[in-house]
Design a protein around this ligand. Structure first.
Ligand code: ATP
Ligand code: MG
Length: 276
């Protein structure tokens, strides 16, 4: 459904241009969860902005349903890592934003917003403003605001970043449940390997900057998934270890400028703690 062909992106003028993405190719299959993981600052959000059509690649091309991306489209909706709710609108007004902008806030449009508010458990909080909601509620409001438009593709850039561990796990299970009810194509960015294994059909492990796909891991675990079952599942843990060791290697390259062996790093840290 989405195809990136040799995509590169640099920022800065002429010879000062700094490559953030270099020769990156991958595909996102229809009605699957493709999860992208990579070290912080490696270019994931930049890639998302390109797929969303907010920015153009410096080289290469991006196709959605075999057509080149030339800008944002109603087929692709993005949920960002930072909250993007309008603070001056109530929860319900925020969720109604898309349908109202398209002049579709008629009977069925209203019914659909109310249905989604119910679905994400915010019906009782529909007249509250974002500042009056908890972090988890705000994230649910954002999901509802995107889902109300029924996009063919959901692009989620660390949508649960900053939530406490328990709320985050609940949100992931919740979003997986919603997605099972009405399947769509998901491109999901995270730095959390548990979240990645829980959601993914396919896991793209990205390199450090400039971003390329370092490895593709097929996560062939049965659904519905549960965190406790994954915890005890040998196959799930093997996939998790594979992803973690690749990520660690890439993060270390970014961190130390070279390839610092993990064992040395941990040993040095242990000695520092012992000497305190
Ligand atoms: N508009 C821009 N101009 C110049 N440099 C940019 C721009 N946008 C991003 N960058 C640089 O690109 C690199 C990658 O940033 P990006 O936000 O894509 O990383 P990320 O993988 O999403 O990180 P994180 O996991 O922390 O969200 C960073 O070094 C950043 O400084
Ligand atoms: Mg990012």
């Amino acid at each position: 459904m989405i195809e990136l062909r040799h995509v590169s992106k640099s920022y800065g003028p002429g010879r000062f241009a700094r490559p953030v993405i270099e020769d990156c190719s991958f595909t996102v299959e229809a009605n699957h969860f493709t999860v992208m993981m990579g070290p912080s600052g490696s270019g994931k959000s930049t890639l998302i902005r390109l797929v969303a059509g907010f920015e153009k690649p410096s080289a290469g091309e991006i196709l959605v349903n075999d057509r080149p991306v030339t800008g944002p489209g109603q087929d692709r909706l993005v949920v960002f890592q930072e909250s993007a709710l309008f603070p001056w609108m109530t929860t319900r007004e925020n969720v109604q934003y898309g349908p109202r902008a398209r002049g579709e806030l008629t009977g069925t449009g209203r019914a659909r917003t109310d249905f989604l508010l119910e679905k994400v458990g915010l019906h009782a909080f529909r007249e509250r403003y974002p500042a009056q909601l908890s972090g988890g509620m705000q994230r649910r409001a954002e999901l509802a605001r995107a889902l109300v438009n029924n996009p063919a593709i959901m692009i989620l850039d660390e949508p649960f970043r900053g939530l406490d561990a328990l709320t985050k796990k609940m949100m992931i299970e919740y979003y997986a449940g919603l997605s099972a009810e009405s399947p769509r194509t998901n491109l999901f960015v995270t730095t959390d390997v548990d979240e990645a294994i829980f959601l993914a059909n396919r896991l793209l492990v990205m390199s450090h900057i400039p971003a390329r796909v370092r490895e593709v891991i097929e996560v062939d675990l049965p659904r519905p998934r549960s965190f406790t079952r994954i915890l005890l599942d040998g196959r799930a843990n093997a996939l998790k270890m594979a992803a973690l060791s690749l990520l660690h290697e890439e993060a270390m390259k970014a961190f130390g400028g070279g390839n610092i062996p993990a064992a040395d790093f941990i040993e040095a840290h242990r000695r520092r703690v012992a000497a305190m």
